[in-house]
Design a protein around this ligand. Structure first.
Ligand code: NDP
Length: 403
């Protein structure tokens, strides 16, 4: 018997709540709260239709800690699943501590006025969760999330140590729009326009945004340009794998996306500092996010696959010398939409959020304190990926990557 309270009602939340309802033996009572209650109601109606399960809905501003505490006390969940935005991570963690309940999220805390993508704000909560006998699991999406679990699975079953790591995130989907982002536009654009950073010889090396490009042939998609950028799992992967000599993250972007983004950046529309407009303060990126297509509306038109995976080189566990393995998942936008009414970027995040929640409520993953995915046993999580719509494959490559 487990009661869960999910916060946020965007694309990721929609997938996660559908998947929880499809697994009602694990999630016996599902509650959904967000800033706009009508979005919760729309998800609940779809879940009722597809799974025959009732989802209770509520309106909440997750940044209001006392209101969050009241809601948690009313619902009495064993876990709060934070699928709102990274800005709400700390208030929701505060509310969980006060109400005495476990916590899970898919993205690290972000201050509103600066794009940082760092775990430090949440890591300092470790002792408070530990002392309260509670668990917080950070970053249970795909990247971060599955990419960390893939890496630790390779380290458990194939490689004794990992010398070199490349994470390759390809969205080969076409949504038919001139410019749109596949998850929250504000967070997506903050991520892409930040300087690139990769891990090399014990430190992060910073280079200009989109300054390094490769062309890679992705199975299920074809050849795509991928750009090196910073992504938050690099920080936890480097922390928990101190032997790493180099770790990099690559994401594919089409020429049209880059053209639009360059113009928006050049004209100041991606700024996150407030500007005065007709006597009011507005943040250009928030205004831009408000006029762009909502990610949850892209599902119906998006066609094609995503292919996200990890290439790791290191010393083989069986003593056969240096080996390189590529482990990845290919996910179809059309199949994701058919099953949950959402495209594959929401699907590849919402499914791991459900699986991380299942790990916690069933007690397969437990601990007192704040944890990253790298600290947990990858095997039960990997099993559930295969069973719940994100099957993975692993193959040995001829040698280390040549890019
Ligand atoms: P959306 O923007 O579609 O949804 C966010 C939801 O949070 C909206 O329903 C929004 O409400 C709600 N929300 C915002 N502020 C508050 C608040 N103060 N109180 C309560 N609810 C609030 O985002 P996505 O579904 O695309 O992404 C959700 C999360 O998943 C993000 O944190 C994102 O960074 C993360 N993510 C992680 C990935 C991974 O692989 N690890 C990949 C993709 C996303 P409203 O409807 O009123 O706007």
């Amino acid at each position: 018997m487990s009661t869960v309270l999910v916060i946020g009602a965007g694309g990721v939340s929609s997938v996660c709540v559908h998947k929880m309802a499809f697994n009602s033996d694990i999630f016996t009572s599902i509650h959904l709260a967000s800033r706009t209650k009508s979005k919760c109601d729309a998800i609940a109606a779809s879940v009722k239709d597809r799974a025959g399960v009732d989802v209770a809905t509520y309106e909440i501003d997750a940044e209001e800690v006392p209101a969050m505490v009241n809601l948690i006390r009313k619902v009495q969940p064993s876990l709060v699943v934070n699928l709102a935005l990274p800005y709400q991570d700390l208030p929701i963690m505060d509310a969980c501590l006060e109400a005495g309940v476990d916590y899970l999220d898919t993205a690290n805390y972000e201050p509103k006025d600066e794009a940082k993508f760092e775990y430090k704000w949440q890591w300092v909560y470790h002792d408070r969760f530990k002392d309260a006998g509670l668990m917080a699991l950070l970053g249970s999406g795909f990247d971060p999330g599955v990419t960390s679990v893939f890496t630790m699975w390779l380290k458990k079953h194939k490689l004794k140590t990992i010398r070199q790591l490349d994470i390759l995130d390809c969205n080969g989907g076409d949504h038919g729009q001139a410019f749109a982002t596949n998850f929250n536009p504000e967070i997506n654009i903050r991520e892409v326009t930040a300087p690139a950073r990769h891990w090399e010889n014990g430190e992060f090396v910073e280079t200009p945004a989109m300054g390094k490009k490769i062309t890679f042939d992705f199975e299920g998609v074809g050849e795509k340009n991928a750009y090196m950028m910073y992504h938050e799992e690099l920080e936890s992967l480097a922390k928990f794998n101190p032997e790493l000599e180099r770790a990099r993250f690559w994401m594919t972007f089409g020429d049209e996306y880059i053209k639009h983004l360059t113009v928006l950046q050049n004209v100041g529309m991606t700024r996150i500092d407030p500007i005065k407009y007709k006597g009011r303060e507005i943040i250009p990126l928030q205004f831009l996010a408000a006029v762009l297509p909502k990610p949850e509306t892209l599902g119906e038109t998006t066609k094609g696959n995503t292919n996200i995976g990890v290439i790791a080189t290191g010393e083989a566990l069986d003593g056969s010398g240096e080996k390189t393995f590529y482990i990845n998942n290919i996910c179809s936008h059309e199949a994701a939409y058919e099953e949950t009414g959402n495209q594959a970027v929401s699907y590849t995040t919402g499914v791991p959020a459900m699986i991380g929640s299942a790990m916690m409520v069933t007690g397969k993953w437990k601990g007192d304190g704040v944890f990253n995915m790298e600290e947990m046993d990858p095997d039960p999580f990997m099993e559930m990926l295969n069973e719940h719509g994100l099957p993975w494959q692993v193959k040995e490559l001829d040698g280390p990557v040549d890019f």
